[in-house]
Design a protein around this ligand. Structure first.
Ligand SMILES: Nc1ncnc2c1ncn2[C@@H]1O[C@H](COP(=O)(O)OP(=O)(O)OP(=O)(O)O)[C@@H](O)[C@H]1O
Ligand SMILES: [Mg+2]
Length: 346
């Protein structure tokens, strides 16, 4: 005798296409009926994407047929008309920040892999593509966005006590760095982090944005988890270097998002390789580790960023390469990743 619970447990093996999360935990399975050996399941998607619906239906049917005792399987998928609703995103609109279409966090398994560099350049690349973008620096230990974006302008405050984020290179910015003085060390306790981040979301006039990118502090500990739970995230981008990927450090970043049920947008491999002035490609840390891991984990691979002196210089000068030379090789690498992300959420 098959039970409804067995059916639901079986469906937990069916992942939402492109995500590491299953269709049960996304709350898509609305109805399960069992009559003898006949199992009938009803799913409702938020997305109008036909491919997603087909894939989920096929995977669910296959999983259920493999269940001992099942003689008949019917999986019915209902969804809004194609192109309507929220593209391929499985999340409902509930916890959204009004006016902001997508909130994506940038994380990594460990520090120094270029998270902030990637965040800054992705934001500027998206702005270059004509999108409305915000960049929120949540690095409570060492906010580097003000330096990399070349501004120390503090937010102004409206009569209604809302902070107006300064705009630089077409990107609206908020950073803990704007609110603390110079090198003053900050000791953050959990409740302070939550309160400050809540204000960054609720008390900042972001206006209408296509994407709000959130640069997280290095690591995957409690502070990072708290941040991920405080900001209503639509996705997480994991930055890795080939070396970190081969050591499996990238998995920590992936696991962190999974722990707090944030769908993984994809992996970016930074510092992939180095091109000598003579045009020779040198793979300093090996190559392709990020792509390999994304295949193993069935997560989108968003692209690779080579090592370019201009990228570091751009960060130090406060003029990202995606602003100074968006169509040259270093800038183009970020544009490719930005386009891959836009494609996922279109
Ligand atoms: N593709 C690249 N080519 C050249 N230099 C890079 C590249 N990516 C990052 N860097 C440089 O590496 C250093 C570390 O980068 P970044 O500060 O972005 O890392 P992070 O992961 O944010 O670090 P943290 O963990 O401290 O927050 C910076 O000096 C940056 O300019
Ligand atoms: Mg950083």
């Amino acid at each position: 005798m098959i039970t409804e619970e067995q059916v639901r447990n079986t469906l937990k093996a069916v992942k939402y296409p492109g995500y590491s999360r299953d269709i049960i935990s996304f709350g898509l399975v609305k109805r399960v009926t069992v009559t003898g050996g006949a199992v009938s399941v009803g799913l409702t998607l938020n997305s109008g994407n036909q491919d997603v619906a087909r894939q989920i239906k096929a995977d669910a049917e296959q999983a259920l047929r493999a269940l001992p005792g099942v003689t008949e399987v019917a999986v019915e998928v209902s969804q809004p008309s194609a192109g309507a609703a929220s593209g391929s995103n499985p999340w409902s609109q509930q916890n959204r920040v009004p006016g902001i279409r997508r909130v994506l966090a940038i994380a990594s398994g460990k520090g120094g892999v270029g998270k902030s560099t990637v965040s800054v350049n992705l934001a500027c690349a998206m702005s270059h593509l004509g999108l409305r973008v915000g960049l929120l620096d949540c690095d409570i230990y060492g906010p580097s966005i003000p330096l990399m974006m070349g501004t120390r302008e503090k937010p102004t405050v409206t009569p209604a006590d809302k902070m107006v984020p300064p705009m630089q290179y077409g990107v609206k910015l908020m950073s803990i760095g704007f609110l603390i003085d110079g090198d003053q060390p900050v000791i953050w306790r959990g409740p302070m982090i939550v309160k400050t981040i809540q204000q960054f979301i609720g008390a900042v006039e972001w206006g209408e944005l296509d994407f709000l990118l959130v640069d997280l502090p290095p690591g995957t500990g409690d502070a990072q988890l708290t941040l991920c739970q405080t900001v209503p995230l639509d996705g997480g981008v994991v930055v890795t270097t080939p070396q970190e990927a081969s050591l499996g450090v990238v998995r920590k970043g992936i696991a962190m998002f999974q722990k707090v049920n944030v769908p993984i947008t994809g992996i970016v491999e930074n510092m992939s390789y180095f091109v000598t002035p003579g045009g020779e490609r040198v793979e300093i840390f090996g190559h392709g580790g990020g792509k390999g891991e994304s295949k193993r984990q069935n997560i989108p691979f968003l692209g690779e960023i080579p090592i370019f002196t201009q990228i570091r210089e751009g960060g130090d000068k406060g003029v990202p390469v995606t602003v100074s030379a968006p169509e040259e090789a270093p800038g183009k690498a970020f544009l490719t990743v930005a386009k891959a992300i836009v494609e996922i959420y279109k």
